[in-house]
Write a protein that binds this ligand. Structure first.
Ligand SMILES: [Zn+2]
Ligand SMILES: [Zn+2]
Length: 356
């Protein structure tokens, strides 16, 4: 492969709030690996937290919602060719260990290793021109159909995490679920729950996001600061309470509110509380007597990858509406800033270079 350069540009994390575009070596691949030229990479809240709080030591190259073109295929790799357009997954479980046998893929030791890198300690690498996909991450590689864009491909990973969360809810058709927060993640929950025949009550503070929630299938849209929310919910559920609440905003008080709104034996799903140390008083009888469950969902599930690809590429989960801002690789830091401080016009932020 003579057209692969020796060096490339990458946005390197050098310390808290310090992303610098530097020239770094193009990664070399082993016999069981792929080299992918990155076309698009989504800016994910978990990366933002690492950059803002410095929870992992620098230097690293972040970005794990990555799509691009295969430019080099290791000698032992089967099933992939140079030139194929693909979406990547940086965490892939072994499917053999104790955690995996319980379906707890995000707790698998192999899953916890990041298998995609643009150099330094592997951290996704999507904010660079090329990434190396290690052998254990090949089962997570998805081919992007010709009619779909790299931007859509880059959304497969976040949609997977949301569908995994939806699957953790015990719901029947016609149930009522509150989705708190209509950012990119909340809107995906709204859409995927609506596709399951669930009545979605969507809340957000921003009118633009409230409007989109309606278009994504919410049956009721309320302002996030609605004063009489408990009465509204009681009316909507014939006094039963909600079957489940998805908390897609990392505000701790919302968890207490969610527990009050959910019916006996209902579920409260935490999706945005990724920062350690947040504590909350909990009336333990709500768990024991009322049988209310507080559950969590983190990261992706390899077993639903096909279904997710179908949903995204058929556009039943049309992610194009969610992508509002595209930054060139040189401006990765600005993209991360915007994603960290969303405006009324911003939803999903992408970093791109080359074809989309
Ligand atoms: Zn992510
Ligand atoms: Zn495992």
């Amino acid at each position: 492969m003579s057209d692969i350069p020796k060096t490339m540009r990458a946005a390197v994390y050098r310390g808290v709030n310090d992303l610098r575009v530097e020239r770094v070596p193009v990664p070399r691949i082993g016999a069981g690996e792929l080299l992918v030229r990155v076309a698009a990479c989504g800016v994910c809240p978990t990366d933002i937290k690492k950059i803002h709080y410095g929870t992992v030591p620098p230097p690293r190259i972040f970005g794990h919602e990555t799509a691009g073109i295969i430019v080099q295929v290791g000698a032992r790799v089967r099933g992939f060719r140079a030139g194929e357009r693909v979406a990547l997954h940086h965490h892939v479980p072994c499917r053999k260990c104790h955690a995996c046998r319980h379906g707890a893929f995000a707790q698998c030791p192999q899953y916890l290793k990041t298998g995609i890198t643009a150099g330094f300690e592997p951290a996704g690498g999507g904010y660079a021109e090329f990434v190396r996909v290690m052998d254990f991450c090949l089962p997570g590689v998805v081919k992007i159909p010709m009619r779909n864009s790299f931007l859509e491909g880059a959304m497969v990973e976040p949609v997977n995490t949301v569908l995994k969360g939806v699957n953790k809810l015990h719901l029947l058709k016609g149930d009522t679920v509150l989705v708190i927060g209509q950012g990119p993640i909340g809107l995906m929950f709204t859409r995927l729950l609506a596709l399951r025949g669930v009545n979605v009550v969507a809340t957000d503070l921003m009118p633009t996001r409230q409007r989109l929630a309606k278009e994504f299938g919410a049956s009721t849209v309320l302002r996030g600061d609605t004063k009489n929310l408990p009465e509204r919910i009681a009316r909507l559920t014939h006094g039963r309470g909600l079957d489940a609440v998805v908390v897609a905003v990392s505000v701790d008080a919302l968890v207490t509110q969610a527990l009050a709104l959910v019916r006996g034996a209902g579920q409260v799903l935490l999706f945005a509380h990724t920062k350690r140390g947040a504590v909350l008083p909990l009336d333990l009888a709500t768990v024991c007597v009322d049988e209310k469950d507080v559950i969590g969902s983190y990261s992706s599930d390899i077993t639903i990858q096909e279904e997710v690809a179908q949903l995204v590429f058929s556009r039943r989960m049309d992610v194009r509406r969610l992508i509002t801002h595209i930054f060139p690789l040189e401006e990765t830091a600005a993209g991360v800033e915007l994603a960290a401080h969303p405006t009324i016009k911003s939803l999903k932020v992408m970093v791109t270079h080359g074809p989309r």
